[in-house]
Ligand binder design. Structure first.
Ligand code: URA
Length: 340
């Protein structure tokens, strides 16, 4: 089963990678009311607590922060700005009054609004506050787990595996429920958008077990690109690994992320995918990660990821090319080096 994609606001991305990291933030799917942090398992606990009201020194009623069971991290909005070192509290209150701030997509006009700087998305003039800590998580998703936050049928999702993680993250791309392997999650939407944009050709490597024995000619078709209902696939890297009782196990590296792409490529050859594991994205590999566990990427890994999404140099255009991949161009297209 595959999670149905949602249309991306940027039409350029609609026909390719259907994952829209920013849209998958529950706060944006379902913006939290002003004064609240985006929904998350931890926040759900916090929200369920009563918020006692208490009088401030000047007699005015001010909301009191909820008392979470965990270490409190809520601050008033004006204090958050001053703690970020960008304004005095007085200036911050003026900026807020002028409508320059947004919290989780909503204009914020109350300087005493409680916010969680680590989780709430706070924008000043449309830009995230400096100092927002970016986090990059590698999860070894098991088969049978959904790459989504909210499942109406209450099936297990990847968020149930992110225990101990204190910051909000969203998946960079998605894996089908029956696919296991490497899933990156982050709160860095700019990097995530680049990584899932097919223009950046970030290679994703899969181990595939097909239900049939695939000939060299069939593997060649995967390599050269084959016709799917949403168009030709780009050239791919293919490496036969072994034959086992009439089934072929092979490694496939593709630079697109269309919906159920690998499964559909194998189906186009007359087979089914029996097992699908994503083992690499760009320079990051699943390595020795235990299934169902996560870790933060190191700074070196994050830098390598950033380098892997550098926009490729424009290739020489062919006569008649109107800016889209022509068949001839696809033949000369080069997949980036294999993931190690
Ligand atoms: N291709 C698929 O068919 N499924 C996935 O989960 C990822 C790539």
């Amino acid at each position: 089963m595959t999670d149905e994609p949602r249309p991306h606001p940027n039409p350029a991305r609609r026909s390719h990678d259907h994952t829209v990291p920013a849209l998958r933030r529950p706060a944006e799917e379902n913006p939290a009311p002003a004064g609240r942090s985006p929904a998350s398992p931890r926040r759900a606990t916090i929200r369920s607590l009563k918020r006692p009201k208490k009088k401030a020194a000047d007699g005015a009623k001010r909301p009191t922060p909820p008392r979470p069971a965990e270490k409190p991290r809520l601050k008033t909005l004006d204090r958050t700005l001053s703690k970020a070192g960008i304004a005095s509290r007085t200036e911050a209150r003026q900026w807020i009054a002028r409508g320059r701030l947004k919290v989780n997509g909503r204009p914020a006009r109350d300087p005493d609004q409680w916010v969680d700087p680590d989780r709430d998305r706070i924008l000043l003039d449309g830009k995230p506050l400096r100092g927002e800590k970016k986090i990059y998580v590698l999860l070894y998703k098991p088969k049978g787990v959904l790459t989504t936050y909210n499942d109406p049928d209450r099936r297990k999702t990847v968020y149930s595996l992110l225990d101990r993680l204190e910051q909000w993250v969203f998946p960079v791309g998605r894996l089908d429920r029956d696919t296991s392997g490497l899933l990156l999650l982050t709160n860095d939407s700019s990097l995530a958008v680049l990584m899932t944009n097919p223009e950046y050709h970030v290679p994703k490597t899969y181990l595939v077990k097909a239900s049939i024995s695939l000939s060299d000619e069939q593997l060649g078709r995967l390599r050269d690109g084959l016709e799917l209902k949403d168009g030709m696939t780009r050239p791919a890297k293919v490496r036969r690994i072994r034959e086992a009782s009439g089934r072929t196990v092979f490694e496939l590296t593709i630079t697109e992320g269309r919906n159920r792409q690998v499964r559909r490529m194998v189906e186009a050859l007359g087979g089914q995918v029996l097992k699908l594991v994503r083992v690499g994205i760009g320079p990051i590999s699943i390595g020795g990660q235990q299934i169902g566990t996560w870790r933060e990427l190191s700074r070196v890994e994050v830098e390598a990821l950033r380098r892997s999404v550098r926009r490729p140099k424009p290739r020489p255009t062919l006569a008649g090319d109107k800016g889209q991949d022509s068949a001839a161009e696809r033949l000369t297209d080069r997949v980036e080096p294999p993931v190690t």
